[in-house]
Structure formats: structure tokens, C-alpha cells
Design a protein around this ligand. Structure first.
Ligand SMILES: Cc1ncc(C[n+]2csc(CCOP(=O)(O)OP(=O)(O)O)c2C)c(N)n1
Ligand code: SF4
Length: 280
């Protein structure tokens, strides 16, 4: 049996939850493959992992994998994940969110999870749009782009998920694309093993909503755009600002060691226990 087929039988709820709901050619399928390959490489047992997702096309991912899973509410995946991590600190908690889920309705939770440096891995699928609900613009929809809520061109500026996470205090921030699938495996593996809040921004494509409205072609053309626009961090360092115009960097953008919330929380619990045990 081929190696990838073995992973399908091992990690997917292949006999219960398929066929999946994604459009043919959607980047979410590539991410699903990268995720199970990355988890396999960590050597963690399935029961050591909790996978939490919000609502959205990308949020469906938790339904298809055979770990401890929670398909939570839109914008609140990180709140569920925080509770799980504090109650069961030994679990490796991975959170999958769309750009709308993580940075629009869930934006406040996202920046504060990073600031607290919770020991979680957040994978944010950035397809520049609300895919599931019909193509409304999100905080990562580019200026001027068309969507069902920006029929004359988006008048808002997009922000960078990776830069936001880094500025908010995440221990590790990486960016990959679904085109660069083997790099994505590596970034997700590294993020899962990192202590502290680790974020992987996954540049993906929604050809059905965003691509069609903006005449960007189908899945193949959008994947080609990722190939042509992504620059590895090592190479980007040697390029000028003009040469980087219209391009973005991929790789590990931030990697640092900071106090981790769960550890700090344990200290508070110990201190409180000692105080309570003191005779009054
Ligand atoms: C509280 C709440 N508000 C709004 C919705 C409707 N809703 C479901 S998914 C979604 C946006 C999905 O976009 P994104 O998070 O970017 O994920 P994608 O579908 O693109 O993967 C919205 C607004 C909801 N389910 N719950
Ligand atoms: S609507 Fe877009 S994001 Fe959702 S499954 Fe289809 S291509 Fe993927």
C-alpha cells in the first residue's frame, strides 16, 4: 500500500464522513493532506491530539480526521481550544480557522491567544474571502477586489495575518501555500512541536467564490499564482522592495521562546494551593 494511502486509512474518518463537501480543486484538500503527513511525522499518537475548528469551508476539516475533535462555533474555535488546553495541558491542541473565522468575528480571540502565548497551534487558511457563505469580503480581501459585499471593489485595506500574529506575541509564525505542499508539511510539523502559540498562515484559493468573481481563473491558475508570488524567506532577504512588489514571503517568519501561558497558569495554581494550605 502506498505511504499516503496508509495515512488516509490511519488518520481520516474515511468510512464515515466522506465524500467531503469541498469544491473539486479547493485548497482545503491539500491542507488536509499536509496536516496528516505533518502529524504523522511528529510521531504523536492520535489520542494525544485535539483538533478544533470553527465554521467555514476550512472549518469542516475537523469532521474528516480521526483525532479528538470539536467542530465549534464561528469565530470561537480558539476559546474552545483554550478551555481544552487548560483542562488537559498534555494534549496537543491544533486549531483550524478560515481568514474570516480567525481575523474577523474571531479577531479579538486571535490576538489575545497570541498575546497570552497559549501553547496551541493555529492554522489559518487564508483564501481572501468568506467561502462557505457565498463570497463576502474578509479582513484579507485585497483593496479593490470584488466580492458579494463589495460589488464595486473593496474599499478596505487588507492586513497580514502572519504579521498580526507576530506583533501580538506569538512564539512562532510561519506562512506557506497549498501549492508548496511539502514545505507546508514541514511548517505544520514544526508548529505542532513548538512550545507556545504557533501560527501557520496557509495561503489557499477559493476559485469558486473569490477566483470566479475576480476573473482569476480556476484552481490551476490560482495555484500558479501562488507558485509565482511566493518567495522563500532566505531568497526574499536578498531582494529589494521593488523586486518583492506583489510578492509575499513563505517560511518560518518568527521563532522565539517566550513564557508559555499554561506554565504560568500552573504557577498561579501552585501559589494559590500553598496559600490555602497555610493555617489561618
Ligand atoms: C456567529 C456566526 N456568524 C456568522 C456565521 C455565518 N458564517 C459561517 S462561515 C462564515 C465565514 C466563512 O469564511 P472563513 O472563515 O474565511 O472560512 P472559509 O469558508 O473561507 O474557509 C460565516 C460568516 C455563523 N455560522 N455564525
Ligand atoms: S467555496 Fe471556496 S473555500 Fe469553499 S470549498 Fe469551494 S473552493 Fe473551497
Amino acid at each position: 500500500m502506498a505511504e499516503d494511502t496508509k495515512l488516509v486509512y490511519k488518520y481520516l474518518r474515511h468510512d464515515k464522513k466522506f465524500p467531503h463537501v469541498w469544491c473539486p480543486g479547493c485548497g482545503n484538500g491539500i491542507l488536509l493532506g499536509a496536516l496528516i503527513r505533518a502529524i504523522d511525522r511528529t510521531g504523536l499518537e492520535k489520542d494525544e491530539i485535539a483538533l478544533v475548528s470553527g465554521i467555514g469551508c476550512s472549518g469542516r476539516l475537523s469532521v474528516y480526521v480521526d483525532f479528538n475533535t470539536v467542530h465549534a462555533t464561528h469565530g470561537r474555535a480558539l476559546t474552545f481550544a483554550t478551555g481544552i488546553k487548560l483542562a488537559k495541558p498534555k494534549l496537543h491542541v491544533i486549531v483550524i480557522m478560515g481568514d474570516g473565522d480567525a481575523t474577523s468575528i474571531g479577531g479579538n480571540h486571535f490576538i489575545h491567544a497570541a498575546r497570552r502565548n497559549l501553547n496551541l497551534t493555529a492554522i489559518v487558511v487564508n483564501n481572501n474571502i468568506y467561502g462557505m457563505t457565498g463570497g463576502q469580503y474578509s479582513p484579507t480581501t485585497p483593496y479593490g477586489a470584488l466580492s458579494t459585499t463589495s460589488l464595486y471593489g473593496n474599499i478596505e485595506q487588507a492586513f497580514s495575518i502572519a504579521e498580526l500574529a507576530g506583533m501580538a506575541g506569538a512564539s512562532m509564525v510561519a506562512r506557506g501555500t497549498v501549492y508548496h505542499a511539502s514545505l507546508l508539511d514541514e511548517l505544520i510539523e514544526k508548529a505542532i512541536l513548538k512550545r507556545g502559540f504557533s501560527v501557520v498562515e496557509v495561503i489557499s484559493h477559493c476559485h469558486t467564490q473569490y477566483g470566479r468573481k475576480n476573473k482569476l481563473g480556476g484552481a490551476v491558475e490560482m495555484l500558479r499564482w501562488q507558485k509565482d508570488s511566493a518567495v522563500r524567506l532566505e531568497k526574499a532577504r536578498s531582494l529589494s522592495q521593488e523586486e518583492m512588489e506583489g510578492k509575499f514571503t513563505i517560511g518560518v517568519l518568527v521563532d522565539r521562546d517566550l513564557p508559555v501561558y499554561t506554565q504560568e497558569y500552573r504557577k498561579v495554581r501552585e501559589a494559590a494551593k500553598k496559600m490555602m494550605a497555610r493555617p489561618s
